[in-house]
Each structure stands twice: as C-alpha cells, then as structure tokens.
Design a protein around this ligand. Structure first.
Ligand SMILES: Cc1ncc(COP(=O)(O)O)c(C=O)c1O
Length: 371
C-alpha cells in the first residue's frame, strides 16, 4: 500500500558540483562522496553525474559499493573510506579500488595479494587528528608509516584525516577544528619527507570545503553539500531530492474524535482528514507525529495523530478543493511554503544527512531522475 516517489534532479546535482568547484583554487580537486546510495540519492546515478562534472575520486565506504561502481562501467579512482577486511584485499586490487588504511591488519593481505597478482596496491593512510573513529592514532603514525612502507607492492599515495565538528560555529568547536587542521598540517609536512610519491592529501568534508580554505590541500571530500543539505551565503546550493506521495483516502470527521494510534490527537472542530500511504517504514519517522507538515495543492498541512508504519493523517480542512489522488509533497515544493530538508530534520530532531538517507534510501525502487 505504501507509495512514495523520490525525484532526483540531476541538473541541481550538477549545479551544486559547479558551485562548490567555484570556491576551490585550481590546485584542489573534488572527490565526490557517494557512499550509502549517495545519501539516499542513488550511488551510481549520482556518481555518473559527478564524473561528467570532473570529480577526481568517487568516495564510498565499502568494497561492495566500489565493485558496483566498477560494474557500472565507472573507471575513476574509488576510495574505500571504510577500509577493507584482509580477505577483500585481492578483490580490492583486481577491481582497482583504493582502500583507506587505519591499521596494520589489511596491509599484509594487500601486500601479499599485490605480489601474487603482480599489481600495485594503492592506499591512503588515515590519521586520527580528533575525530576518534577510524585512523591511525597521532602518537603512532610515524612508526605506522615506516611499517607500511616496508610492505612490498603497497604504494602509499594518499594521506587523509577527517573533521569532527567543522560545521559548528561555536568558539570551542572552531578551536577544535583548527587544532585538527594544525595537527594534520604537521603530519603532512613530516610525511612528505618519507613519501616522495605522495599524490593526494585530503581533510575537508563539505563544511570545511565551504568555510575553511586552509583545509583544502589538493583534494576535498564533499558529500552533503553536493546534495544541498548544507548552505552558505557565498554560493547557491540546492536540494536535489523531492519526496512525494498521493492522497489515498479523504474523510470528514466530527469534532471530538480521536485519530490514529494511541489517541494522541482529538479533533477540536469538524475536520477534513486526508490519509497518505507513507509512514515510518518508508522513512517518515514517528517523531513527526502531531508535528510534521506536508504540502497539498501548495499549502502546508499538519500531520495529525501518530505516524503509522505505512499511513499518515493530514488535516486538510483549509483546502476545500482537495481530492483523492492529489499529490502530497513530503519534502520539496516551491516558494516560501516549501518543505526543506532543514524543516524535516528539525521536526525529526535529527540532521539533514539522516533525512536524506531515510527518505531517499528506504525505497530505492521508487527513485526517479529528471534532467
Ligand atoms: C571520511 C569522510 N569524508 C567525507 C565525508 C563527507 O562529509 P560531508 O557529507 O559532511 O561533506 C564523510 C561523510 O560522512 C566521511 O565519512
């Protein structure tokens, strides 16, 4: 019964890429982040757009994503930002994928496979400058590098790190970001002495790409910005995803009736109610109960009662012409009433990343591409 349509506007993706590129010096390239189905926008389709626009890398998390890109005919360098398991070393090399290395365990396997295949294993080493997730600890990176350089067949062609709070304007967060930047700078300066072939140095996610030019080095890794989930005054980034459904059922309900699970909403007047076949199973989270809004005939309509697994109720009393089958916009639309990813992330008490992944990723078969 569920019905959701996710429309991705390729032209907006292209524009966003060009806008971001316009902020970069000619020495810095873009490595478009297309992991996790390009944040719900569809990995292969988005990768093709960004390749046409000149991305120098495609950034994903997992080897399966890298293999899918290769099997789709894409030949650009692919960085596996989540690293690999040792047993994936052979595939990684044979598919020409570049893993990020945060520890020694995959290096031995990569080296062995590279020697056996008579090929090179190109890797990027990640140093943890403060994100505290993946990456070689700061205190160990020098000895790690020496060890990495001792493995035959392994070529260290990149050095990277990742910011923890680059998007935050809070003073203490800015200080933390600058501290990460300086830590990375000192590592890069030092590492260059040992890595004459170091080709790629990268640190910046979208927020840093847009706001912190000192963090660009020769490659930046924007994700969210390409999809329009972050905005800055100097360029025009727009959301490429629109999510819609249709009205499945309409009914007039008298004053004083409870609607949906848990009796969480009671009509305070005679109410025209529209039922939309979308719920939390398709990423329209239950936290939107009695809180979210959708657009019907260009008007905002409040979600009333609890959002169910595959149904949501709207109060459409103020839209008398409304009829069965009318389109309903969950995210998108035009003009001042439009519902942006920022509205949804506020109502859901989350971040734009999660909204894109939920709404775009929950029903991949329903993605449609325009332009
Ligand atoms: C290592 C790494 N680099 C870059 C990005 C892109 O970040 P953003 O989407 O904030 O631009 C991510 C995303 O999570 C990441 O994990």
């Amino acid at each position: 019964m569920g019905l959701i349509k996710v429309t991705i506007d390729r032209q907006i993706l292209r524009n966003n890429f060009r806008e971001i590129k316009s902020l970069l010096p000619s020495s810095a390239s873009i490595g478009a982040v297309v992991k996790s189905q390009a944040y719900g926008h569809g990995m292969v389709e988005c990768a093709k757009v960004f390749v046409e626009e000149g991305t120098r890398f495609l950034m994903v998390s997992l080897i399966d994503e890298g293999i899918t890109l290769r099997e789709s005919g894409l030949k650009e360098p692919v960085l596996l930002m989540g690293g690999i398991w040792p047993q994936e070393a052979r595939d990684c090399i044979q598919y020409g994928l570049t893993p990020v290395i945060s520890g020694l365990h995959p290096l031995k396997a990569l080296s062995q496979a590279a020697v056996e295949l008579n090929l090179e294993a190109r890797v990027h080493i990640k140093v943890d400058t403060g994100m505290g997730r993946l990456g070689v600890p700061m205190e160990e990176w020098k000895s790690f590098l020496e060890e990495a350089l001792s493995y035959p067949g392994v070529i260290v062609e990149g050095l990277m790190s990742h910011f923890s709070v680059a998007e935050s304007p809070e003073d203490t967060d800015v200080a933390y970001t600058l501290q990460q930047l300086e830590a990375f700078r000192s590592i890069v300066d030092e590492a260059r002495k040992r890595l004459p072939h170091l080709k790629w140095v990268h640190l910046a996610n979208s927020a840093a790409t847009l706001q912190l030019p000192q963090s660009h080095w020769n490659l930046v890794r924007p994700g969210l910005g390409l999809y329009g989930g972050i905005q800055v005054p100097q360029i025009n980034l727009r959301e490429a995803m629109e999510v819609s459904s249709r009205i499945l059922h309409i009914k007039r309900v008298p004053k004083g009736k409870f609607l949906s699970y848990g009796r969480a909403f009671r009509t305070s007047r005679e109410t025209l109610v529209a039922v939309v076949p979308v719920g939390y199973a398709l990423g329209y989270l239950r936290s939107l109960s009695n809180r979210g809004e959708m657009l019907v005939r260009g008007e905002r309509t409040p979600v009333i009662g609890k959002v169910c697994m595959d149904l949501t109720l709207l109060d459409v009393t103020h839209i008398p012409q409304v009829k069965l089958g009318d389109p309903v916009i969950l995210m998108g639309g035009r003009g001042e009433k439009r519902i942006s990813v920022f509205h949804l992330s506020q109502w859901m008490e989350t971040i734009p990343y999660e909204v894109f992944c939920l709404l775009g990723g929950s029903h991949p078969g329903n993605r449609e591409y325009i332009n």
